[in-house]
Design a protein around this ligand. Structure first.
Ligand code: KG4
Ligand code: ZN
Length: 487
């Protein structure tokens, strides 16, 4: 599977096999281009993707020692992301698919971040990468469904129960900034290097700092749910900088920068850990058939009084709740070693195993898109290649849609903060991945059932007809005549 990613500021591609071997990968980052703007500049990002995409895909293929004609399929991120950027990757994927008559797998960016934790052989990859990833030991199986996933990137901050491919229950989301965005903004306020991201620079500064020197408040203490908020913490950091940071040239400035970075990181991580601890309880309740999983956050039932909602060690859980064995942390911020260590303790206390992809597959990359593509392809969730007639009729444009705004799921835990969305915003929101996947699987299931029914009808129906049809087909085959003429 060739995977192509261009949703934000990394142009990436990789070739991955269904047994998890990464045959070749390539990436072109754009951090230097965007650094002066304090965020991703969409038009410049799109131009940079366009300039890089052919080379990145060619490099991934040549490192794999393959040509596009050796591939089985192409997966591409179709959303969420910047449409000008997504468009570049999708055009390239269409072109490869057309040239080699390959099926195309549309991929949700956040699902790719999530599912890469299931890449076969992840532990071995982490060990060979030597970047401290892979809390799984070599030989341990990848997380099976269901698992709890904390998705922390520059644009998203979600806590979800992953019940299957394209099947998510949202326990919590951010009410304002995503944690990666907060890291980037705080790094900027502290005057740290923003290349490749503010996050890594802030983590490095925090390593030299004293987290207890400045008191910042842990967000949302009055909200006993799993939602996140980083806007107040960011303001706290700004006020702290204004009142406490010595001026440029002052010998104490560097240490103060490190101390503020450490305080921010410590408080942000306490917030994450608190939400995840509660989320483990909520996840177990929802898997146990608890009443608090609701659609659209309308039922405001609280699960805080129920048996496992404290994220305890899992004793007394019934079979379905005990099936929850892993906490996956994914997205760019998951490459942060301090956050990993703290969440490892939360997971251990609750009897879960923490799984974090190697750092290079936490930030945007082609491997995660290829692997999500493999998971979806296995279920039949792909577009077959267009035939010459469809190409001639100009159907290529509608073949794979871009989804700049594409929620993972509309199914929210009943305890989440109700979201007030304007009707305009709500109507511009695409259907969720979870709803679409459910419908697509139902259609595929009924198509398969239809085929079986047709087979039964041809065989004359009745008990044992399927076996009869199979043996008739064999007999027909041996006799060199078609099954239909035989019946
Ligand atoms: O997943 P990603 O590559 O892109 C998005 O989909 O957003 O995540 C990028 C985000 C940036 O905000 C970056 O600052 C953050 O991940 N990040 C980090 C670290 N490395 C990257 N945040 C904290 N600590 C890090 N070590
Ligand atoms: Zn991402």
């Amino acid at each position: 599977m060739l995977g192509i990613e261009s949703s934000c500021d990394d142009t990436a591609a990789a070739v991955v096999t269904s047994d998890g071997r990464v045959l070749g990968e390539a990436i072109a980052g754009q951090a230097a281009i965007h650094a002066p703007y304090g965020g991703v500049h969409p038009a410049l990002a799109s131009q940079a993707h366009a300039a890089a995409i052919d080379r990145v895909v060619a490099d991934a293929l040549s490192r794999a020692g393959l040509s596009q004609h050796d591939l089985s399929a192409v997966a591409v991120t179709v959303g969420p992301g910047l449409s000008l950027c997504l468009d570049v990757g999708v055009r390239k994927a269409r072109a490869v698919s057309r040239a080699a008559a390959l099926p195309l797998v549309p991929v949700h960016h956040m699902e790719a971040h999530t599912l890469v934790a299931r890449l076969a052989g992840l532990a071995a990859h982490a060990a060979s990468g030597g970047d401290g990833g892979g809390v799984l030991r070599d030989g341990e199986p990848a997380p099976a469904f269901p698992f709890l996933c904390l998705l922390v990137s520059g644009g998203h901050n979600l806590l979800v129960v992953v019940r299957g491919v394209g099947d998510y229950l949202q326990l919590g989301s951010t009410l304002d900034d995503a944690l990666g965005e907060a890291y980037d903004k705080v790094a900027r306020m502290l005057g740290l290097e923003l290349n490749p991201h503010g996050g890594a620079a802030l983590e490095a500064a925090a390593r030299l700092g004293d987290a207890s020197r400045y008191a910042l408040s842990v967000p949302m203490q009055k909200h006993a749910n799993c939602d996140f908020s980083f806007a107040g913490l960011k303001t706290g950091v700004r006020l702290c900088i204004e009142s406490e940071l010595p001026p440029e040239g002052d010998p104490g400035r560097q240490q103060a920068v490190a101390d503020i970075a450490a305080s921010f990181q410590s408080v942000a991580t306490q917030h994450l850990c608190q939400r995840v601890r509660r989320g483990i309880g909520w996840a177990r309740d929802s898997l146990q058939g608890g009443s608090s999983a609701g659609s659209g956050g309308s039922s405001n039932s609280s699960s805080s009084s129920s048996s496992s909602s404290d994220g305890g060690s899992g004793s007394g859980l019934d079979g379905s709740a005990a099936a929850l064995r892993h906490l996956v942390v994914a997205g760019g911020v998951a490459s942060n070693q301090y956050i990993r260590q703290q969440l490892a303790q939360v997971a251990e206390a609750a009897g879960l195993q923490l799984v974090v992809p190697p750092a290079r597959w936490c930030t945007d990359n082609g491997v995660m898109v290829a692997w999500a593509g493999i998971e979806r392809y296995r279920l039949g969730l792909y577009q077959p290649p267009l035939g010459p007639l469809q190409l001639a009729a100009g159907e290529e444009q509608e073949w794979v849609d871009l989804r700049p705004r594409w929620p993972l799921t509309a199914e929210k835990h009943g305890g989440s903060t109700p979201q007030v969305r304007s009707s305009k915003a709500a109507s511009s929101m695409a259907r969720s991945l979870t709803d679409e996947t459910r419908d697509a699987l139902a259609t595929l299931g009924s198509a398969a059932a239809g085929e079986a029914e047709e087979a039964t009808r041809l065989a004359g129906g009745g008990a044992g007809a399927e076996r009869q049809w199979a043996s008739t087909k064999t007999a027909a085959g041996e006799a060199g005549v078609g099954a239909a003429s035989c019946l």
